[in-house]
Design a protein around this ligand. Structure first.
Ligand SMILES: [Zn+2]
Length: 294
């Protein structure tokens, strides 16, 4: 069993390359259990959580969040993973129980998304969210994330994401790394790193063999080059929902919509499956508060 989930940050070749890395095995396991994810969903979600956690390293303001969202026309439909600046992760899949009859197909989530988009949405308190998206390309989520960085943010990026699922459907390892080329980076070293990335086995297989992220990057990507990698934050699966948050969402509905709930409702959180009960009396109080505000 792997240890605590952790985010790492580093540089190589005298700061010419930036490195982000993450172990997200526990968070991927929690997502699998909470949402009863089928193997194809567990595979995709472990990678999305790893990617969202690494994307969070660029968040600056407290209370800000980054969302990684996939939408597709295929049977898998899509998924959403969010990482807050507090390093709390949460997620849900749009078709969580999808299972394909041909076993091999269950290992190709991007193919089962069909035509669609990868979106990155960043939000901060009191600011308009910003978003960018790219069309899905064939291959893995890692290739799609690299494509996003190149197309949408003009940053040459190499990505390795992996999830290893055991026979009993538990997550043996989930994690990944991102290497970004900064403007001063020599082109020949960048080309060499891309060739090395292509020869690097899947990061989750290496983690399962007991290699740390530092071992993996040192052995496969940077060998004798100067390179440094430091743990920066622990990460965990944690939802931020509360009854108060649901009440604030309910009060945005129209009076007519709220009146339809006069017998009470039990909304369920998409991200953690918690249920909150609002009695008929509480709904009436929300209507009264709304009318008082108007
Ligand atoms: Zn929740």
């Amino acid at each position: 069993m792997a240890g605590k989930d952790y985010l790492w940050r580093g540089t190589a070749y005298g700061g010419a390359f930036r490195i982000l890395a993450v172990e997200a095995t526990q968070a991927a396991q929690q997502a699998r259990d909470l949402h009863d994810l089928s193997p194809i969903n567990a595979l995709l979600m472990g990678k999305m959580l790893s990617a969202a956690a690494m994307l969070s390293l660029d968040l600056k303001a407290p209370g800000s969040e980054v969302s990684l969202r996939l939408d597709g026309s295929g049977p898998l439909s899509g998924a959403l993973a969010i990482c807050a600046s507090s390093r709390a992760l949460r997620c849900y899949a749009f078709n969580p129980r999808l299972y394909l009859d041909d076993p091999g197909e269950n290992f190709q989530p991007v193919k089962q998304l069909g035509n669609g988009t990868l979106s990155v949405i960043r939000s901060a308190p009191d600011k308009r969210p910003t978003s960018g998206y790219t069309s899905l390309v064939s291959g893995e989520l890692a290739q799609n994330l690299a494509h996003y960085y190149e197309q949408s943010e003009q940053i040459p990026t190499a990505v390795n994401l992996g999830v290893l699922i055991d026979k009993d459907a538990s997550i043996k390892a989930a994690g990944g790394f991102i290497i970004q080329q900064l403007p001063a980076a020599p082109a020949e070293i960048a080309e060499e790193l891309i060739a090395k990335l292509a020869r690097t086995p899947n990061v989750s297989d290496l983690m399962d063999m007991g290699l740390s992220l530092r071992d993996i990057l040192e052995r496969f990507m940077f060998d004798s080059a100067d390179f440094e990698l430091l743990p920066v934050h622990s990460v965990r699966y944690e939802c931020n929902c509360s009854k108060d948050r649901f009440a604030r969402a309910l009060i945005l509905l129209s009076v007519g919509e709220l009146e339809d709930m006069h017998a009470g409702i039990d909304p369920v959180c998409h991200f953690c499956t918690s249920t909150y009960h609002f009695s008929g009396g509480e709904i009436a109080a929300l209507i009264a508060a709304k009318e008082h505000r108007a």
